[in-house]
Write a protein that binds this ligand. Structure first.
Ligand code: MG
Length: 508
């Protein structure tokens, strides 16, 4: 039975027994796992799925998608139930994971596309750069999304090599609703090696690359970043997985991702590196719900991708490191994408970037140190807008607009209301542009306080009966606004940094 690491859900005798069980294990953990092994720091394998929902894995309650390798990873490690990515969209979420910063702090909110001339600023110090400084071999296979132009590519930001896409796989002729986008380029380092490649081969290709890199570099510490293209629309599975799941093509795609995780573990074991390797698995944001049968499930949470409800930001997060991370633990503490850089930095014995970051070192939580706590608070931004603030079980939404599925969700790769979408319409920016391209409608939320422990689906506004909590969270919101700004209240942030700009390189 899973043991729990919780911020308040436990009470009474069973809770006390669990605490004792944990304490016994934690004695082992804290006495065997210190931050950095002086002989060999651990390898880091960071696997991302794209738009995978909280409810899409067996270990998170999925019934019709088989994920034996990820379920085993959960049994052999820790499964987090309150892990939030920084923003509910690809670029922003990844920017936070790579930099430890709120993405709007570094000018990387939202999602870049093939026309974008900005990218991650060269002065930002990213996670792979910290690894390189510690002598790690580093590789990236999959979607980058922190700059479309070569000047921003992974090889300029701490990766020895990369193979993948500079932006999302819908950003080409296969876009579900927009026509006229140029061919999708597949890169190996700075070279385009294919255009409009067969997307059914992506999961296999990046898995094979990662396995090859692990085997080649087994004699020294390595950092492998494997941000898969799938299951972001348009979705594809390779032949052996087609038609095999109980959830149509979407389930097939997730089952192939699970196979990929199994291959990575096989390679790690073959290289006799099981006890030397920290493997992390998460999704970059919640499910793209307008796409219906081609989208995932947010499980118990409200809404999905592109919204700051938990369905958009709370994602599966698994951590496995035999002998260092407890087996079969379930952690309910709050951790976020912001915290991965400082947490991994501690684990590998690296200094932090000199500039301000927003993540906190949660390595004690990751390594199951007795009494370790999660983050105190977290700001839910959408682009530059501050939508909500969280502290413990409380989440206060400030008044904001949000996207919700307009009527019946789409199927077979089409979003809701696809017949009304004009494929060559000039793209409107902002929330209405997204709504018009993906079949959503825009609704308004008033000031709302939710108790996420009792009401993870954010359905009961209890602001009226919890005025002291509302005032405390409002003050946290004001602190965030002074630092990072908020167009909804007209406040300019004092702590913003610029993204990199490239106006000279031709479009790829
Ligand atoms: Mg995504």
């Amino acid at each position: 039975m899973a043991r729990r690491h919780s911020y308040g859900a436990e009470s009474g005798a069973s809770g006390a027994i669990r605490v004792i069980l944990c304490a016994a294990f934690l004695f082992f953990c804290t006495n065997s796992a210190t931050a950095a092994d002086p002989i060999r720091p651990p390898n880091i394998v960071l696997i991302l799925a794209d738009d995978l929902g909280y409810g899409d894995l067996g270990c998170y309650g999925a019934k019709d998608i088989r994920t034996p390798n990820l379920d085993r990873m959960a049994r052999e490690g820790t499964r987090f139930t309150n892990f939030c990515v920084a923003q509910p969209v690809c670029t922003a979420s990844r920017a936070a994971i790579m930099s430890g910063c709120y993405p709007n702090r570094i000018g990387m909110a939202g999602a870049l596309n093939h026309t974008s001339t900005i990218g991650i600023h060269p002065d930002e110090v990213l996670l792979p750069e910290l690894c390189q400084q510690k002598g790690y071999a580093t590789a990236h296979y999959g979607k980058w999304h922190l700059g479309t132009r070569p000047v921003f590519f992974p090889t300029r930001n701490g990766f020895d090599e990369w193979v993948g896409l500079p932006y999302s796989n819908d950003n080409g002729p296969l876009h579900p609703t927009v026509r006229g986008i140029p061919a999708l380029p597949l890169y190996a380092n700075d070279k385009v090696i294919a255009t409009d490649p067969d997307q059914s081969q992506f999961t296999k290709l990046f898995t094979e690359k990662a396995v090859g890199f692990i085997k080649t570099n087994k004699a020294k510490p390595f950092f492998v970043y494997l941000p898969h293209i799938m299951p972001h629309v348009p979705i594809f599975a390779s032949e052996p997985f087609k038609g095999k799941s109980g959830r149509g093509l979407y389930g097939d795609v997730v089952e192939e991702l699970d196979w990929s995780v199994g291959e990575i573990f096989k390679a790690i074991k073959e290289c006799n590196l099981d006890n030397d390797t920290l493997v992390l698995f998460l999704s970059d944001n919640g499910p793209f719900l307008s796409y219906g049968s081609h989208a995932g499930s947010a499980g118990r949470f409200r809404e999905g991708k592109l919204t700051t409800f938990e369905g958009g930001v709370c994602v599966p997060f698994l951590a496995r490191w035999p002998g260092k991370i407890a087996e079969g633990m379930v952690c309910d503490e709050l951790m976020t994408g912001l915290d991965l850089l400082p947490t991994i930095a501690k684990v590998i014995g690296s200094d932090l970037p000199k500039v301000k970051i927003d993540g906190v070192d949660l390595s004690p939580l990751l390594l199951c140190v007795k009494g370790a706590k999660g983050r105190d608070s977290f700001g839910y931004f959408s682009g530059s807008e501050l939508h909500a603030v969280r502290s413990g079980k409380w989440k206060l939404h400030f008044p904001h607009e949000y996207l919700t599925v307009n009527g019946i969700a789409g199927k077979d790769g089409k979003p809701a209301n696809h017949e009304k979408i004009k494929p060559d319409a000039i793209e409107e920016s902002g929330i209405r542009g997204i709504a018009s391209r993906h079949g959503y409608k825009v609704e308004k939320l008033e000031l709302s306080l939710f108790d996420l422990e009792a009401d993870p689906g954010e359905s009961k506004n209890v602001a009226a009966s919890q005025q002291a909590v509302v005032e405390r969270l409002k003050a946290l919101g004001n602190d965030l606004r002074r630092d990072l700004g908020d167009p909804l209240t007209g406040i300019k942030g004092a702590g913003l940094r610029s993204p990199g700009h490239d106006k000279t390189t031709p479009k790829p």
